[in-house]
Design a binder for this molecule. Sequence first.
Ligand code: ATP
Length: 873
Amino acid sequence: MKSAKSKQRLNEMRTPARSKQNLNQGDRDPVQVFCRLRPMQRDTDISCIKIISPTTILMSPPASAISYRNEGNRTMKYTFKEVFPPEANQQEVFDKVALPLVEGLIKGKNGLLFTYGVTGSGKTFTMTGEPQNCGILPRCLNIIFKTINELQAHKYIFKPDKMNMFDIQTEAEAMLERQQELHKFKSGKKNNSNPDLAMSDTDLTKIEGVNEDNQYAVFVSYVEIYNNSVFDLLEDGPAISKNLPVKIIREDAAHNMYVHGVTEIEIKSAEEAFDAFYLGLKRKRMAHTTLNAESSRSHSVFTIRLVQAPVDEMGEAVIQNKKFLSISQLSLVDLAGSERTNRTKNTGQRLREAGNINKSLMTLRTCMEALRENQINGTNNMVPYRESKITHLFKNFFEGEGQVRMIVCANPRAEDYDETLQVMRFAEMAAEVEVAKPQITDVGATIGLMSGRRKANRLFNAARDNIIRPEAKDLELDLGLVYSLGPDFPSLELNSSQASHIIKELMAHLEMRINRRETLKRSKAIKDERLRSALLELEKESLEVRSENASLRGQLASAERRVRALEERLTATENASLSHQRKLAEMTEYTSSLKRDLQEKELLLSQNKLDKEKQKKILERKYHHKIAAEHEKAKEINSEKERLRNAIEEKENRLRIIAEALHDRGDNVDSHKHTGDMAAQTSVRDFTPGSTPRALPAHLLTPFSSVPQTRETRDTPTSSRRGVAIANPRHKRSLSADGKGWVEHAPNKIVPMGTVMKPNINNSKFVNKLTNVKDIANSKSSKYCLISQEQDTDGELETKLYKGDIVPTCGGGAQVIFNDVEMLKQFSPTKERESSRRTSGTCARHSAKRRETGSSPPQTPSNTSKKQRVDDE
Ligand SMILES: Nc1ncnc2c1ncn2[C@@H]1O[C@H](COP(=O)(O)OP(=O)(O)OP(=O)(O)O)[C@@H](O)[C@H]1O
């Protein structure tokens, strides 16, 4: 009865929407209904739903259920597009249910997806999901941006016109708005993002087949329908506001329903979309019921609108024509729970809420039923969309075109059986409703633009940027590449009533194609001409390049020859340089070894010097007193000598006087004989064996004669005169020539008469007798001396000392370099006195020993005095 009445009422209110009769069966799609079962909360819960196939479930009423009491134990079977078991994951549900809708959205089709079910059955879980396990909505946003990321138009190129359509702004206008927004952002905008809803990029795949010749922009809006009033959840203002203004639903120029004045945010990334969604969530009114602490008491509608417009023939900017805009929308609706009021024990405000919720769901159900009836019976009964905001808003999906999908969420526990049964019945009925398939047209093709122009432009620009030659920057894209003959032919299916109309359409299409062909022909002819002249130019250029190439090749060959020759020279020079370097290294090494040797020798020398000086000082200290005493003694002796000489002279004078007196008396001869005998006696008495009798004149052997000498005695070589040993100051003492006794240089005792001096070199640094080669190879000895004694031409004893340095040789031996000859000579004082008497006429008697140095420089008065030591007695 009730249904007949309502049918009549529906017939009276005819909808102005498109008549269904016009659509063929193949142009429609049924509402696809999916079922998702949530897992049981407790192990003790009894399930009343059983999945018997991927599309079918069986519902058996528990004894506690009302339907069990009314209808008995009747198992119900329900079939869906697909049944998701409790263990099905979010990705699976998204792939099967939402992904086709997103693909449709990108291709320009509208889509509607709503979740329906009892409170706590998993509607919000399915739509929104949980942190780290996000549901359909975040996945939709992620995949959309992953797909269109590089094809997005700059922000504010598309701008909502507040009447559910969009304006296209120029790049300059859009930039101005972007700057204003940046300013606003700087002056403090809160970030509402909920990072938990974001997904990792790797979880996502891109949707294939997107039209790359379009630019895209995504707008989102989020409304809540609560107590049959529409609220904008993204409206500017405080994040949580109690008094949001109520919005009204209107129809736009294209007969699409929309929330008038709703905030549509243009978003450029999934993160921005989550920001918006999270802001809306915060504002969403959540009320607590006894059934579910987070039960949603309102319907929430999150709408994604994708605006796309073809790019111009250059493939860069959007064509500034609203006609070419394509707007598709995907609405994701999380319906409020469909439970009955008595079960939730609601009162007051909650009761009203529940009433409204049930009313809107009932209206949805009524609308579906009416639609199904119209579609099955071919009737045109009015569908009461306006009775509820939710049905009013989605009227277009059922009247116009689009894809509609529903996920029925069910909690299989026995307590929910009655409510779940209602839900299943509604789902069964909704699955029979059909919606017109959306038609997609490629706007670019209808205006004669070739597909792939954007990519071609991008490739061309990239190629141009890669060319280094400066003239490449002036190259322009050949627009001829992007012409086409226009859109596809219209449908040629003739049916009697529409034949003339179709023929007219076809004629117009053909004329358009003929015109376009002519244009293309003209354009082609011009381009052919251009191409020919360009080819000629290229040919000419090519010839020039070839000749230039030939000459360059010749130059290159000669340059290569030069390079080879230079390389050879370089190699030779390098080799020479290497050998020089080697030699240099050797020499350097040799030099350094010599330097080392030199340093060692210098060290030795300095050490020797120091030793000598030390020695000298020690000796000086040791003999200082002795020398002083000797000096004193010498002085005393000298004074004694002087005294004696004076006495002798005095005696001699006296004797001379006596002699003269005697001479005068004629006693001259006897006196002379007596004196000669005395001298001879003295000479024989003082002569010791081993001395040189030859070198001992009688006057030297009797230095202190007690007999007074006469003048004749003094003048003869046998006159009595005591000789004093000659001392060499360089040596402490000398060895007597017979090798039997030492003679002090400065003798403190009287030296025996007839002693012949021989130099003594008693120094460890001297070698004066070479018996073994080790003597000179020994590092302690640094001097070498050869001594020879022989008779000189005057018959005097001559001693020669050949002195040299011992120098070590490289082979480890030693060599002697003679550099000094020292000569000791014994002169007969008699001879000297004779000669001096001859020259000076004096009668002084001398005994002299002269030292001569063989290699000494020419004697000057000063050095002569140094070299010559004459000791007077
Ligand atoms: N398929 C599922 N897997 C795991 N947990 C689920 C599933 N479905 C629902 N739940 C859990 O059940 C609880 C209630 O789910 P949810 O809030 O989505 O219910 P609801 O139908 O949206 O309720 P309301 O109508 O009151 O909004 C949540 O804690 C959620 O985590």
